[in-house]
Design a protein around this ligand. Structure first.
Ligand SMILES: Nc1ncnc2c1ncn2[C@@H]1O[C@H](COP(=O)(O)OP(=O)(O)OP(=O)(O)O)[C@@H](O)[C@H]1O
Length: 228
């Protein structure tokens, strides 16, 4: 496996005709945990969307989990998304079915067929996020933190090389946010690369890691200062 999970060179990110981030140069290696911070509207989500090909890369070079973002075709996108687990602020669980069936939906949509293998996989990922007894629950029966754990489990189903988490704690209280971050840190410690956009500076202080900031259309590394 190559060391580089993500590489962006001289990328400009646009929303409609407006440039949001320019001269984006970014290298992320296997096993890193990277925060992306910045004020609201500074471009964090636009960057994340570019990484999971929700926004096309039209200027500069981009390579992610061995896909060339500037040459990506519509048909390639589902294959790219199997190698990337995505976690959103609002969880995005299907509200009309159980946790188990939310997982089955993703597995079947991504080509799994063997029932025993699917159940084993579901058990494995729910276990990883401390939710193994919640398979029969409906999403509305879970707290926000529990729903986010399930969403993280769902992101792990196809054993992605990279997890992209866009404000995963944005809807959670500080205690629950810390618990969700502990889950992500544990997953990172087991070898997954994680890129997390956040504006939760308290979490950053509690769980320090390499941090990039979006500001004035640029992205650059910032050095965290403890107790600042
Ligand atoms: N679909 C869209 N169409 C046009 N402009 C958009 C779209 N989405 C975002 N923008 C604009 O792009 C800029 C960057 O937005 P983005 O959502 O990337 O910021 P952000 O840093 O993630 O903010 P937040 O923390 O509020 O999520 C903003 O000026 C926003 O208005």
């Amino acid at each position: 496996m190559s060391q580089s999970v993500l590489s962006l060179k001289n990328v400009t990110i646009y929303q409609e005709a407006k440039s949001i981030l320019t001269e984006v140069n970014l290298e992320v290696n296997h096993g890193e945990f990277l925060y992306i911070i910045g004020k609201t509207g500074s471009g964090k989500s636009s960057l994340m969307k570019t990484l999971y090909a929700d926004l096309p890369l039209t200027e500069g070079e981009g390579n992610i989990v061995d896909f060339d973002l500037s040459a990506l075709k519509e048909d390639d996108i589902p294959f790219l998304r199997r190698k990337i687990g995505i976690v959103f602020q609002d969880f995005k669980l299907l509200p009309d079915r159980t946790v188990n069936d939310n997982m089955l939906f993703v597995l079947k949509a991504t080509g799994w067929t063997d029932n025993a293998e699917m159940q084993n996989k579901i058990e494995e990922v729910l276990n990883k996020v401390g939710m193994k007894d919640f398979g029969k629950k409906m999403p509305h029966q879970l707290s926000g933190g529990e729903q986010q754990r399930v969403a993280i489990a769902r992101a792990l189903l196809n054993d992605p090389e990279l997890i992209l988490a866009d404000e995963p704690t944005g809807n959670l209280d500080p205690q629950t946010s810390a618990e969700v971050l502990e889950v992500l840190k544990k997953i990172n410690a087991n070898g997954k690369t994680i890129i997390m956009a956040t504006h939760d500076y308290a979490l950053l202080m509690k769980f320090p890691s390499k941090t990039l900031k979006c500001e004035d259309s640029k992205i650059f590394e910032v050095i965290q200062q403890r107790n600042a």
